[in-house]
Design a binder for this molecule. Structure first.
Ligand code: PEP
Ligand code: MG
Length: 758
């Protein structure tokens, strides 16, 4: 059958199906007519529909097979050709059905006369709820175009079936193999436990109507949607400097490629031509691609599939007008948010009281969204595969980001076991809370300073709750990330003042804005439209601030005014060379002079510090040291640069170890080189909040940590068990002659001394 006639066959069938569906007859009577219409339309002696009922595929209607077999012949999922199609959600097209290894003969149907067989799954919400098949006496394979027509018809059937309530609601939502509990392993990104119901960040789009009333109107809608989608993608690409991570460039390129792909748009238009609505046509083409991709076992292609899914969903959202994320619709109850990936600003849009946990298909330990979640105390499990295929909206979920797994649709016993662990974890949290007012001295009597990282006004109550010594890193850019527009000076001043008020007599170290990298500000095109190959190493942080001096001036003024009468600690991110530090200080000093001229009350003291995040600066610390009041080591960036491993790239998430001798030797050298200067040295990267890593840092001489609030208790507890001279000696030996795994060696050492490092 040529392409045009396949399209017209599908169209003829759909036109007739439209009448059938509009008729007032009973669902069974409709199905009986449907098989007649399809059989005739595809010139087949047999056409049968099997539907999923009570976990079995039941013959519901047939033209050509024995009528006595209707509602009698039943197949299990995976049994026979029909069961195989439903199980694998795949199409079969066979010249000789009996030759297929899965063929299972059912004498009551009288099918022995028929040789050729083609069957397609009837899919609803990505699961097979039935099978539509055609058979022919001649041993010939059906042509590709005929299969396509069959697939289109199967899609219409799924609407009929759902509308008529022909399959159980449970079965419609998920195949029987997926209604039970399932464990999903993942990578722990933020430790913790949470129970709640699944909410997809990008809600699944419900297709209301499959068959079009007005073909031209549908075409018009899809043309407009294509234009809008391409516009969006072009805009994203032109703002590439606000990349969301290492994969960003590649993803955008693929996006663009798919967005402009002629083949894709043509297939959608053809599907509309055959009688589908724009939504159904997009979904139909997507199903087809999904089925094809499933047959190719290639992880790279699977990634591309993700991109195409994203794009196809975007197009669907545009065409159906179902825009917005789950955040804009408001969360109903305890929510476990599910997403492929998220930006930090996107996460912050959610209602904190209802958001209990996050599961990501991607994600890495130091991506900013994960840092934000950590600060919010929300457990995150990352790198969980096939979420969409297993979890549906509203499913109960147990998120265990201590073991590294999530359980969807848990049975009672699982919930009970989880609750027990929840209680234990709360007890542990209570034990840490009891340390709140206890000063962290090591066994040999050294006071370790344990500060916390923060970024929003809402973080400040954690200071007292966790019993931290102060805020060692206040990421001022978070205010920029959560605003729709650039925060004005008054707003900045108010925030900084509130933060200082909340901190009372505890110190706060404000870091000037670090935008760029994975911190995207949609309202600020900070790179003049220039495309950046690698935004993490690009025009970000202090580099932006020094060039857009206005930005830094406003911030300097705000900070100086907010800290009137107190000490202002300010530090600069991504200092790569001493002159950058000097230039940034000069901006502050000019503002200080200006305010003085205005007779404004000034801070009692201004302490300037630098972040050590760029390895090059380590080579010039002796030059910078005399001008520094403090140095804060940002190990998140520092280690990504030391290892040349993008911190936001999930593929590299577990590749390099923070406890590698390279990192530890580097940090120790920095520490030793600065030993003679009166400079506070703090580690403020995520590693300081992990117990084993913190132990290693103590072992190389670090005495100040600034960490996520939830880690303050656990780290204080650890500190109190450590004998620094003994630890220092062991670390010196291991670094001089590294064991095969410093992680294993240090863990064993800690375990022998009863120090819990998990
Ligand atoms: C770091 O790089 O370690 C750091 C603390 O800064 P950020 O994570 O905000 O880049
Ligand atoms: Mg950094």
């Amino acid at each position: 059958m040529p392409v045009t006639s396949a399209v017209s066959a599908a169209r003829t069938i759909l036109t007739r199906l439209h009448d059938v569906m509009a008729s007032r007859s009973h669902a069974q009577a409709k199905l009986n007519t449907v098989v007649e219409v399809i059989g005739e339309g595809l010139d087949s002696e047999v056409c049968s529909v099997y539907l999923l009922r009570e976990g079995m595929l039941e013959l519901f209607a047939t033209k050509g097979l024995a009528q006595e077999a209707v509602h009698v012949t039943r197949m299990a999922i995976g049994e026979g050709l029909v069961g195989t199609i439903a199980d694998n959600i795949e199409t079969l097209n066979l010249a000789e059905a009996t030759a297929h290894p899965d063929f299972s003969y059912r004498p009551e149907t009288g099918e022995e006369k028929f040789h050729s067989f083609a069957g397609v799954p009837i899919v609803r919400r990505e699961r097979a709820v039935g099978v539509l098949c055609v058979q022919h006496a001649d041993p010939r394979r059906y042509e590709e175009v005929e299969i396509e027509a069959l697939q289109t018809v199967a899609m219409v059937l799924s609407e009929l079936i759902a509308g008529a309530g022909l399959v159980d609601d449970e079965d419609v939502a998920l195949g029987p193999q997926q209604t039970g509990p399932a464990r999903l392993p993942g990578l722990i990104l933020v430790k913790g436990l949470a129970a709640g119901n699944a909410v997809f960040h990008q809600p699944r789009i419900t297709i209301e109507h499959v068959m079009a009333e007005d073909r031209d109107a549908e075409l018009q809608r899809v043309y407009l949607a294509f234009d809008k989608m391409r516009e969006q993608i072009d805009k994203m690409a032109s703002q590439a400097e606000f990349g969301v991570g290492g994969e960003h460039e590649e993803v955008l390129e693929t996006y663009k490629m798919f967005a402009y792909d002629e083949g894709w748009s043509r297939r959608i238009i053809e599907a509309i031509d055959s009688g589908l609505t724009a939504e159904a046509a997009i979904e139909r083409v997507q199903q087809r691609t999904r089925m094809r991709m499933r047959q190719i076992d290639d992880p790279l292609l699977a990634d591309r599939m993700h991109d195409l899914e994203d794009l196809s969903n975007r197009l669907l959202r545009i065409v159906s007008g179902q825009m917005g994320t789950a955040a804009s619709q408001g969360l109903r109850s305890d929510t476990i948010l599910i997403a492929r990936n998220l930006g930090p600003a996107e996460l912050l849009e959610y209602d904190k009281r209802r958001l209990k946990g996050v599961i990501l298909e991607e994600g890495s330990l130091t991506a900013h969204v994960v840092i934000v979640a950590r600060a919010m105390g929300i457990p995150v499990l990352g790198r969980v595969r096939s979420l969409r295929g297993v979890v549906r909206d509203g499913d109960p979920l147990l998120l265990d980001a201590e073991k590294g797994e999530a359980t969807v649709r848990p049975i009672e016993a699982m919930v009970e076991a989880f609750d027990l662990r929840f209680v234990k974890s709360k007890e542990r949290a209570a034990a840490y809370a009891a340390l709140r007012d206890v000063e962290p001295f090591t066994r040999d009597g050294t006071r370790i300073t344990v500060m916390m990282n923060a970024g929003l006004r809402d973080d400040m109550p954690n200071l007292a709750l966790a019993g931290a010594d102060g805020v060692g890193l206040f990421r001022t850019e978070f205010q920029f990330l959560v605003s729709a527009t650039l925060p004005a000076r008054e707003r900045q001043t108010r925030l900084y003042r509130d933060v200082l008020d909340a901190a009372g007599d505890k110190p706060v170290v404000f870091r000037t804005v670090d935008i760029g990298g994975d911190k995207v500000l949609p309202y600020l095109r900070h790179n003049d439209g220039e495309h950046e190959e690698n935004p993490a190493m690009g025009w970000r942080a202090l580099r932006v601030a020094l060039e857009r001096e206005g930005l830094l001036k406003v911030q300097a003024r705000s900070l100086l005014e907010a800290a009137a009468g107190r000490t202002l600690n300010v530090m600069f991110p991504m200092v790569s060379e001493p002159w950058e530090f000097d230039a940034a200080c000069a901006v502050f000093e000019t503002q200080r002079k200006f305010l003085k001229g205005q007779k404004k009350l000034l801070p009692e003291a201004v302490r300037y510090g630098a972040m050590l995040e760029v390895p090059a600066l380590a080579e010039q610390l002796d030059v910078l040291a005399p001008r520094l009041s403090f140095l804060s080591i940002g190990t998140n960036d520092l280690t990504q640069f030391l290892f040349a491993a993008d911190r936001a790239n999930p593929k590299l998430a577990e590749r390099y170890d923070w406890l590698s001798p390279s990192i530890m030797r580097f940090l120790k050298r920095v520490q030793l080189n600065l030993a003679g200067y009166p400079i506070d040295i703090t580690v403020c990267g995520e590693m300081g909040g992990r117990r084993l890593e913190a132990l290693a840092l103590l072992g190389i001489g670090i005495r100040r940590l600034s960490i996520t609030p939830a880690s303050v208790g656990p780290i204080k507890e650890l500190v109190r068990k450590v004998d620094l001279p003994e630890l220092g000696q062991a670390m010196t030996q291991w670094l001089a002659s590294p064991p095969p795994s410093l992680r294993d060696t240090l863990s064993a050492w800690a375990a022998e001394r009863g120090i819990d490092t998990d």
